[in-house]
Design a protein around this ligand. Structure first.
Ligand code: HAM
Length: 422
């Protein structure tokens, strides 16, 4: 019978790689705790209307990439392509900002029907934060700080670049849109096909075009920055000032518009030059108008989301996991002494956090060693008949040039910790 495979663009996270995810997730949770952000979990499925209204009818995400279907009640529902819309809906529905501002985060899977390639999948995971009810640019800065903290924690601070822009208010943007459209219409026939179509649907996204000719035309185009009012300018200057004061380097990218319609004022992305075309690891910005647009009270908000697959790809590319891989020890014991072996394993497990301990029972020492090697053990503890009688173990490192030694049971813990910690 033919085998059934996972859907295109959807990946299994297998036992041998899941530790990398856990490492990243633990780091994220630690930082969220330190910054006093609380977790929120919203449903995977939402009404299609929610995404159309918040992300925007004319965006690629809503137009081309959503998994949308009719449920049995004949309602259009969609798998969430991102997390902000669902969080905004939940905040309104449960009146969460009633008690004051909310600082929230999520670690959740998202779905976009995109053409899969390295760093781009149809099911992917995001870590996102959303701050609701606070309008000071200080909080734009705070979420940038906490993303920088994550890079520092993972030792990739120098491999990411922060790009920053401001989109102004919706009125300022509308004026700019008109001017941009006016200018680009003169070159309509020279634009790439996507940009030509966007001239009527979403002219701002043309700034994102990767086409060389379009980019050449754009060099003389009006710049959004020139359309900003005093308030937008002041907020942006304030944000830049805070970042400069705290030593966060950034580049101003006036073409950064992001692919979702809900943004206003500051937008930003952390990008890398190590992953080819899928170079944005994290993106976000302010979305002060979204909650009102969804029927809530006017509520300023700012947030970001990071692609976990992309972060892990980056960490792998930079070989950052090597030093972090957990150590594995395997106790090799005789079936006849399983009680003693389990007893020893229990006491080692309760005293150590420096390694994980597995157990192989039965078989010759030779075959046990082979199995342990296949299972990726860093060291083995041999606890056969003779050793049990003498109350010792033989400790052998499989991936290091260290002589095999005989250890008293009380000395195992110290010896392993010392030799793992080089
Ligand atoms: P986004 O830029 O669409 O923003 O996605 C954020 C991040 O998710 C991207 O930078 C990328 O790392 C990852 N990502 C997006 N699509 C894929 C994909 N197909 N495969 C793998 N990774 C992907 C948002 O989603 C906004 N909700 C961010 C936000 C939160 N803004 C305010 N609050």
């Amino acid at each position: 019978m033919s085998k059934i495979k996972a859907l295109r663009g959807m990946k299994d996270l297998l036992p041998d790689e899941i530790w990398k995810w856990q490492l990243v997730e633990n780091s994220i949770k630690k930082i969220m705790q330190a910054y006093a952000y609380k977790e929120i979990r919203t449903p995977l499925l939402e009404s299609t209307k929610l995404f159309a209204r918040s992300i925007g009818d004319s965006t690629d995400i809503v137009n081309k990439e959503m998994y949308t279907f009719l449920d049995k009640g004949e309602d259009f529902i969609s798998l969430r392509p991102e997390g902000t819309a669902g969080v905004a809906r939940a905040v309104i529905e449960h009146n969460l900002t009633y008690k004051g501002a909310q600082k929230l985060f999520y670690l959740a899977n998202m779905f976009r029907y995109e053409r899969p390639q390295k760093g781009r999948y149809r099911q992917f995971y995001q870590f996102g934060v959303e701050v609701l009810g606070l309008d000071s640019p200080a909080f734009d800065a705070e979420i940038i700080f906490l993303s920088r903290k994550l890079w520092q924690d993972l030792n990739i601070e120098n491999d990411l670049k922060l790009e920053l822009n401001t989109l102004g208010s919706s009125a300022e943007r509308a004026n700019f849109r008109l001017a941009l459209k006016d200018y680009l219409s003169k070159y309509e026939n020279e634009l790439d096909a996507d940009s030509k179509a966007r001239l009527t649907t979403n002219p701002l996204r043309i700034l994102d075009s990767k086409d060389a000719k379009t980019q050449e035309i754009l060099t003389q185009a009006p710049v959004l920055f020139d359309f900003l009012g005093a308030n937008s300018r002041a907020d942006f200057d304030h944000l830049c000032e805070i970042l400069q004061l705290s030593g966060v380097e950034f580049v101003l990218n006036t073409k950064l518009v992001r692919g979702l319609d809900y943004y206003n004022k500051s937008v930003f992305e952390w990008t890398t030059d190590k992953l080819g075309s899928q170079n944005a690891i994290l993106g976000g910005g302010r979305y002060d108008g979204l909650l009102e647009l969804l029927g809530g009270k006017p509520t300023p908000a700012v947030g970001f989301a990071m692609g976990i697959e992309r972060l892990i790809l980056l960490l792998e590319t930079l070989d950052k996991f090597k030093a972090q891989a957990g150590k594995k020890v395997i106790l090799l014991a005789d079936e006849n002494f399983s009680a003693q072996a389990l007893n020893l394993a229990e006491s080692l497990r309760s005293s150590s956090s420096a390694y994980s301990l597995d157990l192989i029972l039965g078989g010759s020492i030779r075959s046990q060693l082979k199995k342990a090697d296949k299972l990726g053990a860093d060291a083995v503890l041999i606890y056969a008949e003779q050793e049990v009688a003498k109350k010792v173990v033989l400790c052998k490192f499989l991936r290091k040039n260290i002589e095999q030694v005989s250890l008293n049971l009380n000395d195992i813990e110290n010896y392993l910790t010392q030799n793992f910690g080089d």
